[in-house]
Design a protein around this ligand. Sequence first.
Ligand code: SAH
Length: 473
Amino acid sequence: MQYLPIFLRLAGQPCLVVGGGEIAARKVNALLRAGARVRVVAPALGEDVHRLLLAGRIEHLARRFEPSDLDGQALVISATDRREVNEAVAAAAQARNVPVNVVDCPDLCGFIFPAIVDRSPVVIAVSTGGASPVLARLVRARLEMALPAAYGRLALLAERFRQRVKVALPDASRRRRFWEAALQGGPAELMFNGQDAAAERCFEGLLAAETAGPASGGRGFVSLVGAGPGDPDLLTLRALRLLQEADVVVYDRLVSAEVMGLIRTDAERINAGKASSRHTLPQEEINCLLVRLAREGKRVVRLKGGDPFIFGRGGEEIETLLEQGIPFQIVPGVTAATGCAAYAGIPLTHRDHAQSVAFVTGHSREGQGSSVDWARLVNPQQTLVVYMGLQAFPEIRDQLIRHGCPADTLAAIIEQGTTVRQRVVTGTLVDLYERATAAGIVSPALIIIGSVVALHRQLAWYHGQAEPPAQPD
Ligand code: SAH
């Protein structure tokens, strides 16, 4: 290790910055964020530092650097583009044992600035020892993605409870296990959603349950997560994190194999939808399953294709959770309509073609006929997206034509959109079904009807894999 990583307490400490340009401004700001008293020595100030001076946040010596400027300083940063000035600052600092950083001159530095992920009070510093600042920044970007924005507030919550937990759970290893569970469970998720009061209540509940006995299941939490249409890169950051933290994942058959591959290896997986829709777990059973798993104290992810609130029965599942008092959150996902349209190069509301878009289901509720108001859907300025419409397409087509939709309206069907297996078949309202059948299109498939489909020819950019898709066995 070339450098020792440490965190300096600079609140109220005098710090010197030599130079008044743009880079100096950045360093001044970093010092101010740490609460330092900053003095800038420079014959002239750039705009940014000048603004800080006007705001009364810094002190300015309008002249060249002199070695005695370092007397009594906690640290010094030289941010000038003149080598001789930088060298003079470094030499004077060394003589006085004042820690020194010279911007962009590692050979003159006594300390270096790391790249920072700031979730104060949680702060992560990344350094490559000056080997590659760009690499340090790339590492930082990865950490930024991995850490929810509200991590700092979570730390403050932990701080508020720290003493009480210590008293309530005197056994150190039990206390550590409790903290691990709390900081990855319900209180954390609620905090990340900005529900601070609910997070506190949830924490109180956990602590009460834990002190009542370690076996109680008060830490359960359910996340209703949209898995998107298939391409795992379309997951939200939150969805990805939850998949990697889950104890159990209850998933639909619509969730792609690629997304399933991102689930934490030792998480339990429960299939809530078998190959044929007739053998799906009844909704009621899924609702009860989620409640039971949460009661067992598990972090449950209910993983649904696309977005949970678009033809996903997300609403029904949370009603039960609400009734049973199970804490939960909803994580939206890219819905099939937007995902498939994007990957098929069909802008759903291209302004030359459509001013609105309607999402409809081709599937009727068991035992009932379709309750879709077809007449209202026939509109040349509107794009129609039909979910679950493959089987019922002949009926949908006939209804639309009967209600005045021109038979030659363009239409497209997208199978396994956004995955490497994506296929797109286009045609008109009259011939699309035959074309799709001839091509062997199967579910999941999404139908887009409207003149925007004309743009596919020109805008199709995504072609999945080069070879034809493997035949299902
Ligand atoms: N909640 C989901 C939709 C569930 S309904 C969402 O927001 O996307 C299931 C229907 O969604 C399928 O029958 C199909 O019409 C459509 N669908 C979902 N994923 C798809 C995909 N990758 N490609 C094509 N259609 C898809």
